[in-house]
Design a protein around this ligand. Structure first.
Ligand SMILES: Nc1ncnc2c1ncn2[C@@H]1O[C@H](COP(=O)(O)OP(=O)(O)O)[C@@H](O)[C@H]1O
Ligand SMILES: O=C(CO)[C@@H](O)[C@H](O)COP(=O)(O)O
Length: 490
């Protein structure tokens, strides 16, 4: 049988066709626009996601035996607020995970409602990109739109709804709304009250591998599918990526270098970082995870290459980089403010340390290193909680770069296990569909059988020592300029 995994990313939707043995038959990617209508705002049109997904499914399955397509599932960019009216029309553009407009609402939740209460209700505190502060923002700034809300959903749930007609979400993605009691896997009555929404406006909760319905008959006919194509609930893209890289069960780690950069630590038991610097979320394997998320990772390199250097030759720009561990230039990767661990929507990107002999290569290297240092900040939080991590999987567009993987391995002092395909969320989505359709007994069993490590990037002790010294300098920069960022934002 064949399974479709849909990775609804920020830069594009990536679709993957997998057979029951985990072999990837086809991959298709379809881009859409990302809008920044004000500094720090970030929006997309849910209709673009759906149109490109439909087009992608057609292309993906054009040459396969369509009678064999048995299931579809999703990994979706998390936290985005998608609101529909009573006619199921999208009320306003989706407010994305990296949107920083909700500083005021985030402060209200963390400081007036209080972090202790939020953590008790949801296992997390408020971050600007989370869904609940966006609902409060809409209530305050767009009361007419707010009054029209009939359904609140997350980005990938919009796809599931349009494809199957079922209003659903899953525990991993819903964890990032700040509306769900993560430990008990149910909507929080207190949070619904704080946000002024009712359970009827929220989707029904499922495990990621649960079958929620089937592709609607008319759509299935349009795609040429002759069998009943089951829809599994899917997961937030990080949980789906973790499934796709075999980061399931206890104590495994995955790094995603997508638009965002995340470090994801799986756990069979529920736990909360007492400072809430790391998110405490449900996992797509039925258990839990901790996660740190930086808002700009591969997007920093993309911005530097596309907007500043005006080139698409990412690989050749990296060829001239040879002085690893010795760069005098530092880069703070806060193009969209920062989430983990600083929780500061007003932080901004910065280069520091240039001299007259600084080269183009030094600047590009600083960008790649700045992202690695930012991820290390979250790893340090995990280490401070007593979590011991020696190796990690890696996925996302940035993982296509061998140099970036080497920098990550040495800055983090981790063995980096590379998987056959860096399409983590898409592969994870397809695995969730296969599990839902009964091909495997559990997500753990499927991931154990299907995910293959093809290479390990080992840290080199000499380079680790050099990067340790660089990192200790890097970590002093943000506290030094933090106050200035606040002033510049006024
Ligand atoms: N060789 C490369 N080196 C660095 N970054 C890359 C490379 N190839 C792709 N990328 C970046 O990867 C990102 C897309 O990764 P992806 O995981 O698909 O992100 P998302 O899920 O957020 O859409 C883009 O920012 C793109 O510029
Ligand atoms: O906000 C988070 C996780 O909390 C991001 O990781 C988003 O889920 C977007 O992911 P990518 O588009 O970068 O994959």
């Amino acid at each position: 049988m064949l399974y479709i995994g849909v990775d609804l990313g920020t830069s594009a939707v990536k679709l993957l066709l997998m057979d029951e043995n985990g072999k990837i038959q086809n991959i298709v990617s379809k881009e859409y626009l990302l809008y920044f209508p004000h500094p720090g705002w970030s929006q997309q049109d849910p209709q673009d996601w759906y149109a490109q997904t439909v087009e992608g499914i057609r292309e993906l399955t054009a040459d396969c035996d369509k009678s064999q397509v048995a299931g579809i599932s999703f990994g979706g960019q998390m936290h985005g607020l998608v609101v529909l009216d009573e006619n199921d029309d999208v009320i306003r553009p989706a407010i994305l995970w990296n949107d920083g407009r909700t500083g005021k609402e985030t402060d209200y939740l963390n400081n007036v409602i209080g972090k202790d209460k939020l953590s008790k209700y949801t296992a997390n505190i408020a971050f600007a990109g989370f869904t609940a502060p966006k609902i409060l923002w809409m209530k305050e700034n767009e009361p007419d739109n707010f009054a029209k809300i009939s359904k609140i959903m997350l980005p990938k749930d919009y796809l599931a709804y349009k494809l199957s007609g079922v209003f659903c979400t899953d525990y991993s993605d819903a964890s990032g709304m700040l509306l769900m009691d993560v430990e008990h896997k149910c909507w929080s009555k207190e949070m619904m009250e704080i946000c002024g929404v009712t359970e009827a406006q929220l989707p029904k909760l499922y495990e990621s591998y649960d079958i929620v319905g089937s592709i609607k008959a008319d759509l299935a006919e349009e795609f040429g599918f002759t069998g009943d194509v089951k829809v599994a609930a899917g997961a937030g893209d990080n949980a789906a990526a973790a499934v796709g890289t075999g980061t399931v069960g206890d104590g495994m780690c995955n790094i995603s270098l997508g638009t965002s950069g995340t470090i994801f630590i799986s756990s069979k038991s529920f736990g909360v970082d007492e400072n809430n610097a790391l998110h405490s979320f449900a996992h797509a394997d039925g258990y839990y995870h901790l996660m740190g998320c930086m808002l700009s990772a591969a997007s920093c390199n993309k911005w530097w290459m596309d907007e500043i250097l005006k080139t698409k030759e990412y690989a050749s720009e990296q060829e001239g980089i040879v002085k690893l561990g010795e760069n005098q230039v530092f880069y703070l990767p806060y193009l969209m403010g920062e989430r983990s661990p600083h929780n500061d929507p007003k932080a901004r990107a910065t280069f520091i340390g240039m001299t007259m002999d600084t080269t183009r290569e030094d600047m590009t290297q600083a960008v790649l290193e700045g992202v690695a240092f930012g991820l290390r900040d979250s790893l340090e939080v995990a280490r401070s909680l007593g979590i011991k991590i020696e190796r990690t999987k890696i996925c996302g567009g940035g993982a296509k770069s061998p140099l970036w993987k080497k920098i990550i391995a040495n800055v983090m002092n981790l063995k980096v296990d590379v998987i056959e395909s860096e399409e983590g969320p898409g592969y994870g989505g397809a695995i969730l569909a296969a599990v839902g359709c009964g091909e495997y007994a559990s997500v753990e069993e499927a991931a154990g059988k299907l995910v293959k490590v093809i290479e390990t990037v080992e840290p080199d002790p000499e380079l680790v020592a050099k990067y340790e010294e660089r990192y200790q300098k890097f970590r002093k920069i943000y506290p030094t300029v933090k106050g200035l960022f606040q002033e510049l934002a006024e």
